[in-house]
Design a protein around this ligand. Structure first.
Ligand code: THU
Length: 128
C-alpha cells in the first residue's frame, strides 16, 4: 500500500463531520488510473442518515467516472484498527470487487486485508 494513499486517508479524516459521535474516519480509494478519491464520514441531526467515509469515497469516485479500483486506505484513531462497517463492505464489493484494504491510524499502525476475507459470500448482481 503506497504511503501517499495512507496519508490521503489520514488527511481526509480531518474533514470528518462527526459532531455527534466525535468518531472521525477518512478513506482514500485509488482507481485503475491511479487517481485518488477521498471521503470522510458525514453525520447529521437524524443520526440515521449518516454516511461513512468509505461510501463517500466510492460515490464521489463513481460520480466522477471512475469504474475500476485497486485499493482503499481507511483511517481512524483507534489502537485496534477500525474496519469498514457492513454497509460499506456491501458497497465496496459491488463497486470495487475484491479490493485490497489497508487500515491505518495516526501513529502509522497499519493492517492489510482483502475484501473477500472481510466479506465472505456476498450478495451481488450475479444473483439477480
Ligand atoms: N464510520 C465510518 O465512517 N466508517 C466505518 O467504517 C465505521 C463507522 C463512521 C460513521 C459514524 O459517523 C461514526 O463513524 C461512528 O459510527
Amino acid at each position: 500500500m503506497p504511503g501517499s494513499l495512507l496519508n490521503a486517508a489520514l488527511s481526509a479524516r480531518e474533514y470528518a463531520f462527526a459532531s455527534f459521535s466525535h468518531f472521525k474516519v477518512g478513506a482514500a480509494l485509488e482507481d485503475a488510473d491511479g487517481r485518488i478519491h477521498t471521503g470522510c464520514n458525514v453525520e447529521n441531526a437524524t443520526y440515521g442518515l449518516t454516511m461513512c467515509a468509505e461510501r463517500v469515497a466510492v460515490f464521489k469516485a463513481i460520480s466522477e467516472g471512475a469504474r475500476k479500483f485497486r485499493r482503499i486506505a481507511i483511517a481512524a484513531d483507534t489502537e485496534t484498527l477500525t474496519p469498514p462497517c457492513g454497509a460499506c463492505r456491501q458497497i465496496l464489493w459491488e463497486f470495487c470487487g475484491d479490493l485490497e484494504i489497508t487500515l491505518v491510524n495516526p501513529r502509522g499502525k497499519t493492517e492489510t486485508h482483502r475484501l473477500k476475507d472481510l466479506f465472505p459470500k456476498p450478495f451481488d448482481v450475479s444473483y439477480l
